[in-house]
Design a protein around this ligand. Structure first.
Ligand code: SF4
Length: 490
């Protein structure tokens, strides 16, 4: 008999804006909870708004979630982790959203249904969540959160789905959009990835033979886990006391993948290995290609740290212009939750990124960034570089101009707010107040990737969305998934 035990200290939200998140799970390890804690630390770049861990002793699941970073949520330390101490665990970190929205919908999401308990952790965005939710509410279902993830629990609990030979596979076939998912049942973990493989999900193994799953392999490095392979698109991987088993809920190879190439450009950590290659090496290739496509006459190449650093190294290598650190990033400024007006944003940017005057003063500089979204923050950095005495500033961006929203788990601002939406290159240059601006071409970007061109999603540059979405689905996505962007302080 299962006993429900939730230690949830988070409160539920008005409405959840989807985001990029980090997942971690481990089966059968006496230190599963501690390792999940450390794994989530390594994945913290994927989300700082909330964090949580759910664990099972083989019979019942306990869950603890809260707002903030993993360290903040578990600041009471040993006591909380000790209460969760069980050999099966999953964890989740969630991307931050704007303070004005006050979104609170932490995961894992713990629920009880006729088959027992389940805790769910999700990275991605279900584009048909609104339609499914309307359908369920019309039949009287009550939702306790505003997260699109909760719809998965309702689908799992539906009696006609439970009666299927593989209820989970059946449920996954109802979902549209991007999802890497971890399900913690009392005696196993099931990890699933959408048929397009939009978000990453990796499998590893400890030296003791315990299986681990995580969004990125950097979470393995932190705790000495050996990377085995990625969960395939459309695959369910089950971790239980028999070890690891795999099955597919769509015919393998029947869907052309659409890996989010933005993971490689911006989101993933440099030491991670996703979509078949190392992130740092990929970004360096981007930098080299960028130097070929968008050369500049300059004295020094500086990155916008941290995500622009690898590309800047590549740019410097290819161009022969010396690399240096003209900006340093403070890693100690967390999300402040102050009201995000422009003045305060600028102050936050100044605190987060500070200029090394000696590097940029009286120099012609190439500034390499991974992407520009709204451009307001970039403009602030340029202003600071001018104040530090930079003579010429040549902005180089290692991806093409972003012109379209993302419906698959990355919260860009509205289309109107995207810098490149209505501006040509000269207008962008004027807005940023730089001497020149140059973006990577789409073809150049794809030429740096290991997989065939059509194995990636490039919709935020091209507007060509690979997952068909009807008008109602798009409407939901437009209403509920446009908030967050990256070039604002977190
Ligand atoms: S639209 Fe852009 S950010 Fe979204 S999944 Fe596609 S490549 Fe990634």
């Amino acid at each position: 008999m299962s006993k429900a035990s939730s230690l949830n200290n988070g409160s539920h939200a008005l409405y959840n804006k989807k985001e990029n998140c980090g997942l971690f799970g481990i089966f059968g390890d006496p230190e599963a909870v501690q390792k999940t804690y450390f794994g989530l630390h390594s994945l913290q770049h994927r989300g700082q708004e909330s964090a949580g861990i759910a664990s099972s002793d083989g019979e019942s699941i306990q869950c603890y979630t809260g707002m903030g970073t993993i360290r903040r949520v578990f600041r009471s330390g040993r006591d909380t982790l000790e209460k969760l101490r069980n050999p099966i665990a999953i964890g989740h970190v969630r991307y931050s959203t704007t303070g004005s929205t006050k979104v609170v919908n932490s995961q894992p999401l713990l629920a009880e249904y006729s088959r027992g308990q389940v805790a769910v952790a999700h990275n991605g965005n279900l584009i048909n969540a609104g339609l499914l939710r309307d359908e369920y509410e019309a039949y009287g279902s009550i939702f306790k959160s505003t997260s699109d993830t909760e719809i998965i629990v309702h689908l799992l609990a539906k009696p006609t789905h439970i009666s299927k030979s593989d209820p989970l596979a059946h449920v996954l076939n109802h979902l549209q959009g991007a999802y890497s998912l971890l399900f913690l049942f009392s005696d196993c973990i099931e990890a699933a990835r959408d048929p397009y493989g939009i978000r990453p999900l990796c499998i590893g193994q400890t030296d003791d033979g315990h299986y681990v799953v995580a969004s990125e392999t950097c979470a393995f490095d932190a705790i000495g886990v050996n990377f085995i392979r990625e969960v395939e698109p459309g695959e369910i991987v089950r971790l239980d006391k028999s070890g690891l088993s795999s099955r597919f809920f769509v015919e393998p190879g029947s869907v052309t993948p659409a890996h989010c190439i933005f993971e490689h450009i911006y989101f993933a950590k440099q030491n991670s290995h996703i979509f078949g290659e190392n992130v740092h090496e990929f970004r360096k290739k981007l930098g080299r290609q960028l130097a070929i496509e968008q050369p500049a006459s300059a004295d020094v190449v500086i990155p916008v740290p941290d995500s622009g650093t690898s590309a800047a190294i590549g740019y410097a290598e290819q161009s022969g212009i010396p690399f240096d650190m003209g900006m340093v990033r403070s890693h100690y400024i967390g999300r402040t939750f102050i009201s995000p007006n422009q003045k305060l944003r600028e102050l936050e940017v100044n605190l987060k990124l500070q200029i090394v005057n000696e590097v940029v003063g009286r120099k012609r500089i190439v500034v390499v960034d991974d992407s520009i979204v709204r451009g307001t923050t970039t403009r602030g950095k340029i202003k600071a570089l001018r104040q530090a005495g930079a003579e010429e500033i040549h902005m180089r961006v290692s991806c093409p101009p972003i012109r379209f929203p993302c419906f698959y788990g990355v919260d860009f601002p509205t289309r109107e707010e995207l810098l490149a939406n209505k501006r040509d290159l000269e207008q962008i240059r004027q807005f940023l107040e730089v001497d020149s601006v140059g973006y990577m071409s789409l073809q150049g970007l794809l030429s740096c990737a290991n997989l065939p061109d059509d194995h990636y999603c490039t919709a935020c540059w091209t507007g060509k969305y690979k997952i068909p979405a009807n008008v109602a689905v798009n409407k939901f996505a437009m209403e509920h998934h446009q908030m967050r962007m990256f070039d604002e302080p977190e």
